[in-house]
Design a protein around this ligand. Structure first.
Ligand code: GDP
Length: 197
């Protein structure tokens, strides 16, 4: 897919304030620092389109970007800030879960995980929640350039072993590096296929 245009549309504090639109949308989420902004900038070929991590404690919002006047890319706030309190964490979880469950044009949630790490509880729990809620999702393993390909594949295998404890079928998975610009065609091709279905 060629990215001909990518523009910031707006920020919303909850799903009710997201743009009213019949266009399909695809959301990206993951722990803070997982490489989400870098991935969005790589996918859209726009440096600085998605801003790198906001500071913990700041208002966290749902950002909409219009791509090719055909679909929305949605940047969901990063989860897992160690320093925010319980009340703020719950408010934040509710905002994300409501958006994911109630947004009618949401076609897929891309969950980003760092390809260097063992499965983290917060990610595994979030993925389980998505599966139980029957939300279509895919997993993106980020920062693959930071280690050998063998190491990345071994970590993906470990991840899959963990997922198979709960699910008979594995989700669609991608391995990406924003620094080396790998995995871009695969993710964009997947979005294009979903959009044309
Ligand atoms: P976000 O908090 O999830 O939006 O993460 P960012 O995109 O801001 O990335 C966090 C840090 O990881 C930054 O220092 C990035 O330069 C770095 N980073 C992100 N993606 C990659 C990648 O694919 N390869 C490498 N080597 N570094 C990356």
């Amino acid at each position: 897919m060629d990215i001909k245009s990518a523009t910031f549309v707006g920020s919303a504090a909850d799903y009710k304030k997201c743009p009213e639109t019949p266009l399909p949308e695809y959301a990206f989420i993951g722990r803070s620092n997982v490489g989400k902004s870098s991935l969005i900038n790589m996918l859209t070929n726009r440096n600085g389109l998605a801003k790198t991590s906001s500071t913990p404690g700041k208002t966290q919002v749902i950002n909409h970007f219009m791509i090719n006047n055909q679909w929305y890319l949605v940047d969901l706030p990063g989860y897992g800030w160690a320093k925010v309190g319980q009340a703020q964490r719950e408010k934040f979880n509710l905002m994300i879960r409501e958006y994911i469950q109630k947004r009618p044009n949401l076609q897929c949630v891309f969950v980003l995980v760092d390809s260097r790490h063992e499965p983290q509880k917060i990610d595994v729990e979030f993925i389980e929640w998505l599966g139980n809620a029957q939300i279509p999702f895919a997993i993106i393993f980020t920062k693959a350039d930071k280690q050998t390909k063998t190491r990345t594949l071994a970590n993906v295998a470990t991840y899959n072993k963990q997922l198979k404890k709960t699910w008979a079928e594995l989700p669609q998975e991608f391995i990406t590096s924003s620094d080396e610009r790998t995995g871009r065609d695969e993710v964009l091709g997947y979005i294009e296929n979903l959009r044309l279905q």
